[in-house]
Design a protein around this ligand. Sequence first.
Ligand code: CA
Length: 513
Amino acid sequence: MTDKPLYIRVADGDNVAIVVNPGGLPAGTRFPDGLVLREHVPQGHKVALEALAENAPVVRYGQIVGHAKRAVARGGRIDETMITLPAAPGFDDLPLATAPAAPQPPLEGYRFDGFRNPDGSVGTKNLLGISTSVQCVAGVVDHAVKRIKDELLPHFPNVDEVVALNHAYGCGVAIDAPNAAIPIRTLQNLALNPNLGGAVMVVALGCEKLQPERLLPAAGAAAAFDDSGIVRLQDDANHGFADMVAAIMAMAEKRLVELNKRRRTSCPAADLVVGLQCGGSDAFSGVTANPAVGYAADLLVRAGATVMFSEVTEVRDAIHLLTPRAANPDVARALIREMDWYDRYLAAGDADRSANPSPGNKTGGLSNVVEKALGSIAKSGTSPIVDVLSPGQKATRKGLIYAATPASDFVCGTLQLASGMNLEVFTTGRGTPYGLAMAPVIKVATRTALAERWHDLMDLDAGRIATGAATIEEVGWELFHLILEVASGRKKTWSDTWGLYNALTLFNPAPVT
Ligand code: CA
C-alpha cells in the first residue's frame, strides 16, 4: 500500500471522493492536485472536492446521493449525518429498455470440469442433498447425516458431501396464503439445484402442512431408485428413533451409489450459473470489488453463462439505471414489478428506509442506501438484462438475469441456490466468513487491508485496484479464471476449506400461525 495520500473520484462530475489510505489521513494532508484536508478523514470516507453550499447536491458515481445539510468547505469531511436521504426514484417515468448494451463478441474456448445432470444442468460439486418438509425432523436428519458421513460416505469417494436441507418452514404457517408460494417453490427448487445431481429424497414428519410429495420434482422422480423418495417418521413401520435413522440411511445409500458413478467432464463455461452478492459493504465496494466482479460478469455472459444479480433493497435506488439496460420493455416492467412488490412488503412492515446501510456499512464510509445501491449495481457489469425472476424461481435463460431477493446474505444465497446457482461470487469490505454448503462461494475483498488480515478467509483481493497496483480488467480476468478453477474442483474456496456454512434461510413473507 502506498504512503502517498490518495483519493478516488469515480466519475468526472463527482464533487466528493473517498480517501484510500489505510487508517485515513490527518488534517493538513495535501494531495498532489493541491487539495488540503481540513480535518481527519477515515479510510473510505468522503472528502469534498469543492466547497458545497447548504442544500447543494452531493455527487458520487455521477449521481446525486443526497444534499448537503450544511455548507462544507473544500477539503472538509462529509459523513452520513451531513447528507439528506433522497426519496427512491418513482416508477412512472422510468426509461424502459432504452439503452441495452450492444452484444459483445462471444468468448469461446473457456471450459470447466463439472458433473453433467440428466436435465442438462451441470454441478460444480457432487452432493447428496436430503430435503425436509418441516423443521420438526431437523434433529433426526442431522443425526442421520452425521452417521451417513461417518459410515457410508467413505465408501463413495466420488461424492463430495451430504447436506441436510433443514429450514424453519413446513408447519405453523399459512400454507395457502398467496405469499406462501415463495418459501414452497424455494424448497422445491432447492432440491433441483444442479449440485445435488437429481437424487432427490425427502424426510417428512407426517402430519405437517407442507406434505412431502410437494417437494418431489415430478412423478417418478424416485423411480430410478425403486422407492418412494420419502421417509415419514410417523409411519407405522418406524419403531422408535433407531428405525427412523436406519430408513433415512438406507434411502441415502441408494442415492450415494448412483451419485458415486458420476465423473467430472469438460463443460463449456456456458453451463455456469453464477450468483453475485455483496455483504458487509464499504465505500470501496463500488470502486474495487464490485466493478471487477462486473467485468467478470460480462466475460461470463460473453462465454454464454447465466449470471444472476439480486438484493432488491440494494438496487432499488438505482432502478433508473437498470430499466434502460433491460433487453426489452417486458423485462424492464418485470424489474419494476419486483421493486414495487418489495416497496409494499417493506411498507406493510413499517420498515425504516434508513435502516440500510448497517452501522458497519456506515463505519466503512457508506452514507446512505443511495450510495450503497450505486456501488452495488456495479456487480452487474454492462450486459443487457434478459430476464427477471421472482424470489426462488428457477433461472431458464442464459445471460444477465435479475433474481429478486432480499439483501440479507443467507436469505439471498438460499434463493439464488433455488434459482439454480452452481457457484456464488461474494464481495465484502467489512469482512464476513459467509459460505454455503450447496455451492462454492468465492469471496472478494474490497480492500487489501482486509485481504491481508483475513488471509485465510478471502479468496481474492480487489483492493489492489484502489492503489493502482492492478486494473479492474486484470482483477476481472483473475476472477473469471478463478471461477473456472473452483467450478472444476481444482481449487477450493476458503469457506469450503474450513467448512464454514451458513444455514439455509427461507424468505417467508406469508403469515406464521
Ligand atoms: Ca447481501
